[in-house]
Structures are given as C-alpha cells and as structure tokens.
Design a protein around this ligand. Sequence first.
Ligand SMILES: [Zn+2]
Length: 66
Amino acid sequence: MAVPKKRTGKSAQGHRRANWKGSVPETTICTNCGATILTHTVCTECGTYKGKQVSKKASKPENKAE
Ligand SMILES: [Zn+2]
C-alpha cells in the first residue's frame, strides 16, 4: 500500500481545500404541475416524468393513505 513520504503541510492542505466547492443542484420546472424539481427525475409533487404518469402519487399528495 502506498504510504505518504512527507506530511502534508497546513498551507498545502489549505490550497487543496480552497478548490473544494459546493455545487447548486440543477433544477427545472415540472410541465404538469409547475413545481420546481431536479432535472431527469420524476416529479415528487405529481409523479410524472416527461408528461407521463410514472408514479402512483395522485395529484393530491396524501401521505397517510394506509
Ligand atoms: Zn409535477
């Protein structure tokens, strides 16, 4: 197994971590209900994808169905 020859200094560590940035997730608007959703995912509000119903989640979001 590879073992580091030298300890990474605080400066090098800081330089490395300076380029570690968070990214904003890509979102779009659902064509069926207009909710803001993640791209290439089924709408969590109405259960449609590309205009087709793919999930049994009806237009009314009822969580206590059972
Ligand atoms: Zn929707």
